[in-house]
Design a protein. Structure first.
Length: 164
């Protein structure tokens, strides 16, 4: 397996630059106050946007590779991940105190799951030589960054409490 540094420089800059809103929003949520309220809206919307972007890339790639006979599974998973991301944000908007289920936490978990599924899907694309070898270690680091940011936000924002 190659190193992330084997990727084209612009890919690295854009990829790691894309982590800035994840990390910045998670830190703002952890800091509390008005910034946390703004970031608690901005982070899931950004996460859903990026997850849809990644899934849409797979849709486009399939159309290029398969031309007249795209695989239905690829198209379905691509759309499913985009819809999952959208629904995660909708759940967070619908969340209200006193509901029997923490919809905000459910939304965070859906986004986290979506990023993990997307990574596993991208890993298979590297193994099938659809994507270049440098893509997997890069996607791994970017996925870890996104998932950690979303997880921190979920822990701070959710009704979960931990006894130490």
């Amino acid at each position: 397996m190659r190193k992330p540094g084997d990727a084209p420089v612009l890919t690295l800059v854009l990829g790691f630059g894309g982590l800035v809103p994840f990390a910045g929003s998670a830190l703002a949520i952890m800091a509390g106050g008005q910034a946390a309220l703004q970031a608690s809206v901005a982070l899931p919307v950004y996460g859903a946007t990026i997850l849809s972007f990644l899934a849409g890339g797979r849709w486009a790639g399939e159309l290029i590779l398969a031309n007249d006979t795209p695989r239905s599974g690829v198209l379905l998973l691509s759309v499913s991940l985009s819809l999952l991301a959208w629904f995660a944000v909708v759940l967070q908007v619908w969340n209200r105190p006193g509901l029997p289920l923490d919809l905000e936490l459910a939304g965070w978990c859906m986004l986290i799951t979506g990023f993990i599924v997307q990574f596993l899907w991208d890993r298979s694309a590297v193994r099938e030589a659809i994507f270049p070898q440098w893509y997997l270690p890069l996607r791994f680091l970017l996925t870890i960054g996104a998932v950690l940011s979303l997880t921190l936000a979920a822990l701070v924002r959710s009704s979960l409490t931990f006894a130490l």
